[in-house]
Design a protein around this ligand. Structure first.
Ligand SMILES: NC(=O)c1ccc[n+]([C@@H]2O[C@H](COP(=O)([O-])OP(=O)(O)OC[C@H]3O[C@@H](n4cnc5c(N)ncnc54)[C@H](O)[C@@H]3O)[C@@H](O)[C@H]2O)c1
Length: 277
């Protein structure tokens, strides 16, 4: 018997068994993910698509974004790439508009795009500071501002998730502007959660610890001894290893799914215990 056709046994007498296909957690939902071409965003796009979401992949990296969409479509899902620089208000508006026109709604906005700046403050140029804040903070503000009106207009509301960082909760050395941007994203999520709590929009932040992604490899490469830096990252988390993009995607999926319908205004560490110290 095909797995999809089989009925899931119900453990509650009052709840009739449902086909597995109906249990997809994002079935019938549309989701826009920024920074979806690589790392945590890519893993989340694949996870959300497997759970039935129709996706807009919004990223600067065209080749990787298009290739991810092909992979999802070939697997029977729906995904459309929109070249987006999140630092641009117009690009964010265009991507959200595309989601609404293509799928009829924007149910999930996952603002995940981000960059790092591993420099002490006096060594950081105006251009570097403005670029980082433009991507990591203004990028989220632009996207959220554009998504709120359509989400309010949809009878089923919507949910937003912002990728902050453990550095939005506890500071780290050598990255003051990055830490400041992530702390601001945490407070943006909490503020918006309060503003829209009774109006059908949930807003949460995801706070990854040290996750093995292209960003981390680029960051390690800026250190004087990249191998030693890598070993120190692995040792830094109480769980004793780096996190994976898929582990972040699992947490993201839960936060945007209806299973988290009573959860708003949280900043969830996905950090192997780092912020418990
Ligand atoms: N990897 C970690 O250890 C770690 C830890 C904490 C938080 N984070 C956060 O997780 C998020 C994802 O990072 P990642 O580790 O997967 O890195 P990554 O470099 O693999 O992914 C970042 C993605 O953002 C995209 N991007 C960058 N600038 C953009 C722009 N201006 N417009 C649109 N897209 C843009 C990139 O093309 C890429 O697809 C970031 O917000 C990052 O700050 C990562």
């Amino acid at each position: 018997m095909c797995f999809r056709e089989r009925n899931v046994p119900s453990f509650l007498a009052a709840e009739p068994a449902r086909p597995v296909a109906e249990l997809k957690r994002l079935a019938g939902k549309s989701a826009l993910i920024t920074g979806a071409s690589t790392g945590i965003g890519r893993a989340s796009a694949l996870r959300f698509a497997r759970e039935g979401a129709k996706l807009i992949v919004a990223d600067l990296r065209e080749e990787e974004g298009e290739s991810l969409c092909r992979e999802i479509e070939q697997g029977g899902g729906h995904a459309f790439y929109v070249r987006t620089d999140v630092a641009s208000r117009a690009d964010n508006e265009r991507a959200i508009d595309c989601c609404v026109k293509r799928y009829g709604a924007i149910d999930i906005l996952f603002c995940n795009a981000g960059i790092t700046l591993a420099k002490l403050l006096p060594d950081s140029s105006d251009a570097e500071i403005e670029h980082l804040l433009g991507v990591n903070l203004l990028g989220v503000i632009h996207a959220a501002r554009a998504a709120i009106p359509p989400m309010l207009a949809q009878p089923r509301g919507g949910t937003m998730l912002f990728t902050a960082s453990k550095t939005g909760l506890v500071a780290q050395t050598d990255s003051p502007v990055y830490c400041a941007s992530k702390g601001a994203v945490v407070m943006l999520a909490k503020s918006l959660a309060l503003d829209y709590a009774t109006r059908g929009i949930r807003v949460n932040a995801l706070c990854p610890g040290i996750i093995e992604t292209p960003m981390l490899r680029e960051f390690a490469a800026t250190r004087s001894d990249p191998d030693a830096a890598w070993r120190s990252y692995e040792a830094a988390q109480p769980i004793g290893r780096l996190g994976t993009p898929e582990e972040c995607a699992d947490a993201a999926l839960w936060l945007v799914s209806d299973e988290a319908r009573f959860i708003t205004g949280v900043a969830l560490p996905v950090d192997g215990g780092f912020t418990a110290m």
